[in-house]
Design a protein around this ligand. Structure first.
Ligand code: PEP
Length: 246
């Protein structure tokens, strides 16, 4: 399977003109990549970018609400679907830091799966938890809560992003050994929760200070199925350099 590279633009750039320029530069640069490429811009840029989306770049979103109706400020999955969003990042640590709970994350993952959207479910420990040797415990509880009630049939559609919080936006990516350990632990935990072949279809990707120099080693050495670059995805040259590793 092709490596999956999901760009998280976060709350950037500040204007649509810049977003369009970046999107077009990445689309041009991505023409020869062997990776599956998904760009997740801020919500308001999605309609404009969907009009200029072309292979191999796909559009995604950074979040979505699990319901429609009287929910001021929220954006539903159906609203996003009409603009061709195929993937939605759910449970990013920056959303969790603003109060998003495992319970809400679980509802959002279920809503994505029910609507044929692929959730990119983010999990990861913070620096203190890593220092105290609690990484496995944290990953297990995030997986347990986030996947509550998700059927063995649907589980195979999921993408799980291992994003150690201490590596996000710091320039200090996780060692490939640690990323490999987390990858193996996530797979083992999924096997404990579910039986059946669908578990092997779950894609596990890595995010946290990825760049053109370390991108390949997360796939080759840590066995990841892809990457979730944040900062590097805002620089067309850097992001295309990552894509062209594959
Ligand atoms: C992220 O936004 O999830 C992320 C991993 O950011 P960065 O690549 O900048 O660490």
């Amino acid at each position: 399977m092709k490596p999956l590279i999901v760009a998280n633009w976060k709350c950037n750039p500040s204007t649509f003109a810049e977003a369009e320029k970046l999107f077009l530069a990445v689309s041009r640069g991505a023409s020869k990549t062997g990776a599956e490429v998904v760009i997740c811009p801020p919500f308001v840029f999605i309609p404009g970018l969907s009009a200029i989306t072309k292979n191999p770049v796909k559009l995604g979103a950074q979040d979505a609400f699990f319901q429609e109706g009287a929910f001021t400020s929220q954006i539903s999955i159906n609203i996003l679907k009409q603009f061709g969003c195929k993937y939605i990042i759910i449970g990013h640590s920056e959303k969790r830091a603003l109060g998003e709970t495992n319970k809400i994350i679980n509802k959002k993952i279920k809503a994505c799966l029910e609507n044929n959207i692929i959730p990119v479910f983010c999990i990861g420990e913070n620096r203190q938890e890593r220092r105290l040797g609690k990484t496995s415990k944290i990953l297990k509880s995030q997986l347990k809560e986030g996947l509550k009630g998700i059927s063995p049939f649907n589980i195979g559609k999921l993408v799980i992003a291992y994003e150690p919080i201490w590596a996000i936006g710091t320039g200090n990516a996780c060692d490939t050994d640690k990323a490999k350990e987390a990858n193996i632990f996530i797979k083992k935990t999924l096997t404990d929760f579910y039986s059946g072949k669908n578990i092997q279809k779950v894609r596990i990707i890595y995010g946290g200070s990825t760049n053109p120099d370390n991108a390949l080693s997360f796939i080759k050495d840590a066995g990841m199925d892809g990457l979730l670059p944040g900062g590097a995805s805002l620089d067309a040259k850097k992001f295309v350099a990552i894509l062209n590793k594959f």
